[in-house]
Design a protein around this ligand. Structure first.
Ligand code: ATP
Ligand code: MG
Length: 286
């Protein structure tokens, strides 16, 4: 039992699909049949527990799960004794304060003496304290956006991604108090085997994430353009340059970063490259 890494993921919600996808991309196979609360991986010593996201930090603190995938918002709000071991880059959202549209707003101090409904009393309380604002916090567990229209509070503090929920409830976003993404949290009491399995999993996750940020590129160019073209192809070490059957031409293979992709492609094209192929990379081990 202690030789298996127990991974807690959200049972059903906004984190579920991407959490399971990430585990699968790490080559870990499991059966995620509907309604299952626990499943064992078939090719890695791991078990996956399907839980409510709010419960995940507590289970990880207690060591019932060894690691878990949750929104950083939930991890910080629940304030459990766990370590954040990796940022996962999905389920990005923000925790924001909203007030009824049309109500004038100049600064956070406009909220002094007001009441704010939220499911995040700790995060909100910290933010208000840091800004020297004293407002009343009404903790409610769901449908926070409705609070102002039913007279429960004068403002709300809730998760926003596009802002459309706020808008459809007649609210305007006035302060962003926290930016969140999915994170991997881990228990502080892992034994050697569990820590080793976690390290293996993190290594795989990083390889998957790095691969997503890079593309494999192939192109043809005249010999005299090689120097100019390779200047924009840093690659992992240096690009591979191979002669083509056509006299005076060669083929270049390299790896290119997604961030400055279009900028570099344009420079490469202007330097004389032709027949540029760009291919996704599945895993990248550095
Ligand atoms: P549960 O039933 O497991 O308690 P929940 O209703 O509390 O689920 P979800 O709405 O599924 O939670 O959101 C889970 C997490 O996904 C949030 O804590 C947040 O980190 C992130 N999240 C929430 N809303 C969005 C959004 N609109 N876009 C992206 N990520 C979001
Ligand atoms: Mg929840």
């Amino acid at each position: 039992m202690n030789e298996v890494l127990r991974i807690a993921v959200q049972k059903s919600g906004r984190l579920s699909e991407d959490s399971l996808k990430l585990i699968k991309e790490c080559g870990i196979r499991f059966d995620s049949g509907a309604g299952k609360l626990k499943t064992a991986a078939s090719n890695f010593p791991a078990e996956i527990l399907f839980l409510r996201d709010d419960d995940i930090p507590g289970y990880v603190e207690d060591g019932v799960a060894h690691i878990g995938i949750v929104g950083e918002n939930v991890s910080v709000e629940t304030n459990r004794e766990v370590d954040t071991v990796h940022r996962l880059g999905f389920s990005k959202c923000r925790l924001s304060i909203g007030i009824p549209r049309g109500v004038p707003y100049t600064s956070i101090h406009d909220l002094d003496g007001k009441s704010i409904a939220t499911s995040y009393p700790r995060l909100l309380g910290t933010y208000l304290a840091e800004n020297g604002v004293s407002a009343q916090i009404h903790e409610i567990s769901g449908s926070v956006e409705i609070a102002p229209s039913i007279g429960l509070a004068e403002a709300v503090c809730d998760i926003v991604s596009s802002g459309s929920t706020l808008l459809s409830n007649g609210l305007q976003e006035v302060e962003v108090i926290f930016r969140s993404e999915a994170v991997m949290i881990a228990s502080r009491n892992l034994n050697g085997t569990q820590q080793n399995l976690l390290d293996q999993l993190l290594f795989r996750i990083k390889s998957v994430q790095t691969a997503k940020n890079h593309k494999y590129i192939l192109l043809n160019c005249p010999n005299e353009a090689v120097e100019a073209v390779t200047r924009f192809l840093p690659g992992m070490k240096s690009p591979t340059v191979m002669p083509l059957a056509t006299e005076g031409w060669c083929s270049i293979h390299s790896v290119i970063n997604e961030n400055d992709f279009w900028e570099n492609i344009e420079k490469i094209r202007l330097a004389g490259a032709e027949g540029i192929l760009v291919i996704p990379i599945e895993k990248m081990i550095l």
